[in-house]
Ligand binder design. Sequence first.
Ligand code: GLU
Ligand code: ZN
Length: 311
Amino acid sequence: MNTSTSSCVGRFAPSPSGDLHFGSLIAALGSYLSARAQQGRWLVRIEDIDPPREVAGAATRILTQLEQYGLEWDGEVLWQSQRHDAYREALDWLQQHRQSYFCTCPRSRIHQLGGFYDGHCRALHLPADNAALRLRQHAPVFGFDDRLRGYLAADTQLAQEDFIIHRRDGLFAYNLAVVVDDHHQGVTEIVRGADLIEPTVRQIALYRQFGWSVPDYLHLPLAINPDGNKLSKQNHAPALPAGDARPLLVQALRFLGQPILEGWQDASLTALLQHAVEQWSIHLIPQQNALIPDEATSPFLNGSQQAMISR
Ligand code: GLU
Ligand code: ZN
């Protein structure tokens, strides 16, 4: 269904490394509400470019969870595993325009340098064998305007580094795939978690080197555990519960500082979301990360089961 009347295009781009949890719901909901509040389109892309990190069946479950939470997307889902030709073409273009080079430096060397690469292989004209491909940065980007946070300056070493766009093990790098796909899908605004602030300057540098227009960015606060770590599939954040989606949607809206439909307990999921679209206001979103609400920690489990698991 596309009732879009504006040129705004937003997206949610989960990696299928596990089910959706409260943290990913924040990113899905925030990007959805922002696009819909502007009568824009909202797309879903499954970022399955890293097979070793994939969990079998997670992609399908993510899509089912989005439907269950009433987050309907426009058009077809784009799967990064189907986009290898496009990534290859983008890499070829960079190679032809001398905007990339092969690098065989071992990880240990970069570690010795303090973590950032020094451009050692820039002028060596190494062959492709057993090498990573790096972007030859022409015009590094040192910061960007975030729609929630204002100007965000990047670490200058990070900003200037000739980062990897194709890995030595043959995998396409996240920064390459995300930029090629967001451009391909006509995405105009990227609303995602604050954990992705760091790579943003690199992504903007890539847009510029391709000569593509750069989307707007808005980085949402993260849901964190009591130990201060972000909720993630790696630290076993519980999957969103099946069944009634409204209670956790309300928690997610609260997390994003948004007003809640009064009497939502008696309202439909559609009405709850519609109200949220109408009321969506960026200015209400907190910038600080915040603790995951209790209701969203382990919705399936009762107290004693939770205690057993955390032991
Ligand atoms: N696939 C990335 C993740 O799940 C998100 C990419 C993005 O939003 O730019 O963390
Ligand atoms: Zn090198």
